[in-house]
Design a protein. Structure first.
Length: 182
């Protein structure tokens, strides 16, 4: 059962990654950020994302603590990473707003955590997922979460094309001054 759920999650996350790469390679036919909301691109993108996260959570619950990561590392490193990443994620969402977070154009933001990194939400997601990965101590979960982490590394690339198109010189100036992640 766990291996079937893992394979389903794997296929969903591969499809999700393909859409991100497609959006980077074909910005005029992008899926992310969605050309408008609501649109089929919006629902496909977020549907695959939430399905991928859902399968990851179920696989994590079924395979909890079945791997080889020592307890000390799991708890003393995993919990702080989850708290740090979750805090950065929440700060980023609160600053950017839910509409912008979902890919709806609701204004260019460069305050709050966006003064230090262009992608605090993705950075927070990555750090938090590394913590969850350690806590879960599951090989199947590690694979799925690495695919999610890879997606958070790739997502800014098609977004930057869109932001440059939408906001022009102010975004280019911001991009030259603030790092993508750190």
């Amino acid at each position: 059962m766990t291996s079937r759920l893992f394979l389903s999650g794997l296929l969903i996350l591969y499809a999700y990654l393909i859409l991100i790469v497609w959006s980077l390679a074909r910005p005029q036919h992008r899926i992310w950020p969605p050309p408008k909301t609501p649109s089929w691109q919006f629902f496909i993108f977020w549907g695959l994302f939430y399905l991928g996260v859902g399968f990851s959570v179920v696989v994590m619950a079924l395979g909890w603590n079945q791997w080889r990561i020592p307890q000390e590392i799991r708890w003393w490193v995993g919990v702080p990473l989850c708290v740090l990443g979750g805090g950065l994620l929440v700060w980023g969402v609160r600053t950017l707003g839910l509409d912008n977070t979902q890919g709806k154009a609701a204004g260019f933001v460069k305050t709050g955590p966006y003064r230090f990194t262009r992608n605090p939400q993705y950075l927070g997601d990555i750090v938090m997922l590394l913590g969850v990965l350690l806590l879960a101590n599951s090989l199947f979960t590690t694979v799925l979460l690495f695919l999610l982490i890879l997606s958070f590394i790739l997502l800014p690339l098609p977004e930057e094309i869109w932001l440059e198109d939408r906001y022009g010189e102010p975004f280019l100036q911001y991009q030259s001054q603030i790092p993508r992640f750190l």
